[in-house]
Design a protein. Sequence first.
Length: 250
Amino acid sequence: MLIRISLIIAIVAGLAAAGLGFVKVKEKITATMVERDEEQKQKEAAQKERDATKKTLKKTEEDLTTTKKTLATTVKELETQTARAEDLDKQKTDLTTQLTTAKGERDTAQQKLAAWDLIGLSPDQVKATIVDLKKTREQREAFASENKIISRKNTELQSKIEDLIGSNRDPELPVGLKGQVVAVDPKYDFVVLNIGGNQGVLERGVMLVNRRGKLIAKVRVASVTPDRSVANVLPESKQGEIMEGDQVIY
């Protein structure tokens, strides 16, 4: 009897222990399930947040692209407006310059008109006066030219007379007369010059030949044409050989 009771107690104790273990296991399973559900919720929340972040990032990238395009358009418009403003400034400056010039021309014209009013002549009278003045100037220039010719002829005649009567005085040539040697004959010691009667060269006139400021020789004119002359080299004056291109001066 005692054994049966002991067995019953042992069975009851085992059942109680098994029930207690089941309760603990159940509690652990329940806690695990709660943790799993919580982790699932957190995972789903993180997934949603990630998706939302991706959408936000995509929208931000789209906004950035749109902003870049808008900025590029704005910069281009700004450059266009700046160029237009510069063009307008240039036009303004040009117009201001033209206006100033026009005002100056107007003032000059008014001054000239006032001067003509003071003279008391009509435009036709002024034109006639200008024509007369032009004729007078032409006549004066013609007289001056004739005087030069007469003076040159007179000098030439004087030179020939002095040559005939044996004068030792060299004829005077125009002060500052310059020319160049265009040909040289070393055998007969004469040169050809690119100046003649039109420039005032006279027969027997003596001129200096120089090269870069250095005296080379003296020459005496033997014959003269309007634009050329031939001159003999004076042997006693030679300090070097004359070359084409050397300068002759009086």
